[in-house]
Design a protein around this ligand. Sequence first.
Ligand SMILES: Nc1ncnc2c1ncn2[C@@H]1O[C@H](COP(=O)(O)OP(=O)(O)O)[C@@H](O)[C@H]1O
Ligand SMILES: [Mg+2]
Length: 157
Amino acid sequence: MATRIELTSTSPEHTIEIGRRLATILEPGMLVALVGQLGAGKTQLTKGIALGLGVPDARLVSSPTFVLINEYEGRVPVHHIDAYRLSSVGEFEALGIDELRSDGVVILEWADRVREAIDGDVIGIELTLEGATQRKLCIFCDSPRLADRLAKLRLSD
Ligand SMILES: Nc1ncnc2c1ncn2[C@@H]1O[C@H](COP(=O)(O)OP(=O)(O)O)[C@@H](O)[C@H]1O
Ligand SMILES: [Mg+2]
């Protein structure tokens, strides 16, 4: 059964906290696909997920710019990719996503740009700007196993 959860974040710190909680259900092999316009909070959410995965300092987390993938060391490796930087789906495939997923979690900003190259255990999160400090987060996934774990998370209190 697919699932879809809608949340409202009211501050950058709130988005970090949502990311931290989400991280508790992540394990190697999973891909977090982030979608939303510039400033929607994709990198902010990534900071929270990274902290939740045991990365010691959120300041280590920023959108990859000069390199295509940022790597953070948590309880599992965290591979952070920004598809905005990629010129084609082929370039994304050339990153060797399957190998990255064999030992760690992949967090992918602008995932809609390489949608056709994404498969397996995926949690999709669409972030929408609703004001200076408010963001809507829509979380969805198709995997029944993940949907079940997501449903048990207390994301909205
Ligand atoms: N509720 C919120 N959640 C996330 N970011 C927020 C929120 N309110 C304000 N912001 C601000 O919006 C910006 C989001 O930037 P960033 O995470 O880099 O977005 P993106 O990666 O989607 O381009 C940051 O400057 C952050 O402080
Ligand atoms: Mg970003």
